[in-house]
Each structure stands twice: as structure tokens, then as C-alpha cells.
Ligand binder design. Structure first.
Ligand SMILES: [Zn+2]
Length: 380
């Protein structure tokens, strides 16, 4: 790995900086001296905590190969995202564990995958079976969590960052949350219709997040009391949002940003195989879905959305468009904030991997060019 340095404008502070790296790791970041002018911005690479598949590759398949995983990883990287949490959705528990073991082996065998797969997101099977709340997950496969499940999850993922999405109203969930926290697993509530009291108990037990707020709930909600109000009224939860304009409407997106501090919000694509791929028929494990030109991932015969077809870089610009702000103001929500939430060192900081994006925009703020560097090497 060659050492390198680059001069560009810092995405937050706006002044030109010089970033230096050695052995793929950031060594120094300092303000550029002299009369430096550049129209290129530097920002930490995007980090996505919920990726179920990408570029035609479905991560839920037992036969997922190292080549396919590598192909999806490279396409994600070209979309600005150098690291992600490999995400598995509800299935029979032994199958989920088997997939984690298998992908862990694939990852161990390839340096690029070891870097790109920063950890694991297990979304299910400890979720709500209630109509609307289970979303595209199969309720027949859902379970109450036991200490044995949590210990098995920790054993198979070793010391990796793990995000576990769980419905706290399930029998045994509060004990599972306590145990997961004690084992270093980050717990996020989601696909849940928990009461306000149960949400508070879950927070007290160690849950810190709420997964894709605004989704995994019925089309129609009680105007006085529903999971959206309850989650927003539970201080201390960091919520993820899918900023594709589809999963969360622009008005709700803006309202959530007014209700919560910026630090309490991060973004994710919740991407499935059709993201970064043309419209057509795709799978999420056993589920067949249709993706139209509108990028909506539909489960035929239902009103469920089943993941998104969003590319990470587009998520940044759509979030900025919905909020009517500059892309630089939302970039942290798709890079350093999710990393911090899960406990992954990531950012334009000495000691972090030299994963960064060079961004140029036109006079209207639209993306003109994106160059992505992963451990100091440019991705093409
Ligand atoms: Zn979900």
C-alpha cells in the first residue's frame, strides 16, 4: 500500500485541508497553508448499516459466492460506500446462523471483504408478527429471543460489530437486550408495536436505536397513539431513516429532523439486490419482489415495501433535497454518525482507515463527480 496525500476542501469546515495516509490508514489531517484554491470537497466515505443485497446480488441466499459478494461490494464502493453491515432478515434461526458462518468464512478469505464488511446487522427473527409491523418479513419464522440465541449470535460473530434489530414486546426481549448489550451487541428496536412503557424499558435495558423509523408499520395508524409518536416521544433513541423519498415522505422526513437532534438520526439504504441494478424481478431470500422504474420495491399483492433500491450516494443528495439544505450538512448522517452509533472507527481522523470521497458539484448543488478512495487506493 502506497502512502499518499491529497488537498481538498473539508466537507464540514469548508477550508482546504491536506489529508495524508500510510498503510491505508489516515496519518495526518491539517489545514492547507498558502493560497490554496480547489473546488473539490473531501468527506469520509459512506458507511451503511443495513445492506441486504446490492447490484443484483441477494445476500440472503445460501449459495452466495465470494465472487458475487465481492462484485456487490465493489458496486457499493463506487456508490460512495466503502463499508457496510452485512444484513440478514428473518428466516429460520439455524439458517441465519449458517449464513453468518458462511459469509464470515468468505470474508476471512478475502482482504477486500474483510475491510468492506465492517460487521453484521441481524434484523429478525425476534420481531412483531402483527400485520403491517412485520413488513416483508415472514411472521411464521419469527421467534421469542432466548439467552441461547444471543450467545450463539455473539459466538458466530466473535468480536465484530453487531447490530440487532428486535421488537421489545416479544417474550424475553428485555432480558435478551440486557444480555446483548453486555456482550457488546448494539440493539435497535424495530418492526415493533411496543407500548411507550415497553420502549422505555427496552432503552433502560440497553437498546439505543430504532430501525428505519416510519417503516415497518401499517399504512393506517391511530392518530392519537401509534409507534411513530411513541418512538419519537422516547428520548435517547438514535433512529435510522431511509432517505429515498419513498419510505419516508418528505414532510415526515423534515418533521423528524425538527423533532430530534441531528446526532440522533442516521441514514441507511436498507438496500436489496435491485439497488444499483435495473428494474425487474428480484429476490430477498424466499421472497419474490418487483422493482419498477419508480425504484419502489414491491411485494406483489401487498402494500409492503421490501427494502429499497437506493444507492448510498443518492441517499445523501435526496436527504439534502428533502431538507432543502446543502449535501455537506447531511453527509455525516450517512458516514460518521452510523459508524459512531455502532462503534466503528470511521472519519477523516488520524487512525481511521483512509476511506474518503472526493466530491464535486455543479452550481445548483447537484453531484458532478464522485471519486472514492478505500484504504488510500482509488476505486474505479
Ligand atoms: Zn425492516
Amino acid at each position: 500500500m502506497r502512502p499518499g496525500e491529497i488537498c481538498a476542501r473539508h466537507y464540514q469546515q469548508a477550508q482546504p485541508v491536506v489529508l495524508q495516509w500510510r498503510q491505508g490508514v489516515i496519518h495526518d489531517l491539517r489545514t492547507a497553508t498558502g493560497a490554496t484554491t480547489t473546488d473539490t470537497w473531501i468527506a469520509p466515505a459512506l458507511l451503511d448499516p443495513q445492506v441486504n443485497g446490492f447490484a443484483g446480488v441477494d445476500f440472503q441466499r445460501d449459495e452466495l459466492s465470494g465472487e458475487k459478494l465481492l462484485a456487490a461490494t465493489r458496486r457499493l464502493r463506487a456508490s460512495g460506500c466503502t463499508r457496510f453491515l452485512f444484513t440478514l432478515v428473518t428466516d429460520e434461526w439455524p439458517k441465519l446462523v449458517g449464513r453468518l458462518e458462511r459469509v464470515n468464512r468468505l470474508r476471512a478469505a478475502h482482504e477486500e471483504l474483510r475491510h468492506a464488511i465492517a460487521g453484521w446487522h441481524v434484523e429478525g427473527p425476534f420481531l412483531s408478527t402483527e400485520p403491517g409491523f412485520h413488513g416483508a418479513h415472514n411472521p411464521a419464522m419469527m421467534l421469542d429471543p432466548t439467552p441461547a440465541h444471543i450467545r450463539e449470535l455473539r459466538a458466530v460473530t466473535e468480536t465484530d460489530p453487531v447490530l440487532l434489530t428486535i421488537a421489545p414486546e416479544r417474550q424475553g426481549a428485555l432480558d435478551a437486550i440486557r444480555l446483548a448489550r453486555s456482550l457488546g451487541i448494539t440493539v435497535s428496536l424495530g418492526h415493533t408495536n411496543a407500548s411507550a412503557e415497553t420502549l422505555r424499558q427496552a432503552l433502560h435495558a440497553g437498546a439505543t436505536g430504532f430501525t428505519h423509523l416510519g417503516n415497518a408499520c401499517p399504512q393506517e395508524l391511530d392518530r392519537h397513539d401509534n409507534i411513530l409518536w411513541r418512538a419519537l416521544d422516547t428520548p435517547g433513541l438514535t433512529v435510522s431513516l431511509i432517505p429515498d423519498r419513498i419510505h419516508v415522505s418528505p414532510p415526515l422526513f423534515r418533521l423528524i429532523h425538527r423533532a430530534l437532534a441531528a446526532e440522533a438520526i442516521y441514514y441507511t439504504t436498507d438496500a436489496m439486490a435491485s439497488a444499483g441494478a435495473p428494474p425487474g424481478s428480484y429476490t430477498i431470500g424466499a421472497l419474490q419482489v418487483e422493482v419498477g422504474a419508480d425504484q419502489i420495491v414491491r411485494q406483489p399483492g401487498t402494500s409492503n415495501y421490501a427494502g429499497s433500491a437506493l444507492r448510498p450516494i443518492d441517499g445523501v443528495f435526496r436527504a439534502a433535497a428533502m431538507l432543502g439544505c446543502d449535501w455537506r450538512q447531511v453527509w455525516g448522517g450517512f458516514s460518521v454518525r452510523p459508524a459512531k452509533f455502532i462503534g466503528i472507527p470511521h472519519g477523516l481522523t488520524p487512525g481511521c482507515p483512509a476511506d474518503f470521497c472526493l466530491v464535486q458539484t455543479d452550481e445548483t448543488g447537484r453531484l458532478k463527480s464522485l471519486r472514492v478512495f478505500c484504504r488510500g487506493e482509488e476505486t474505479f
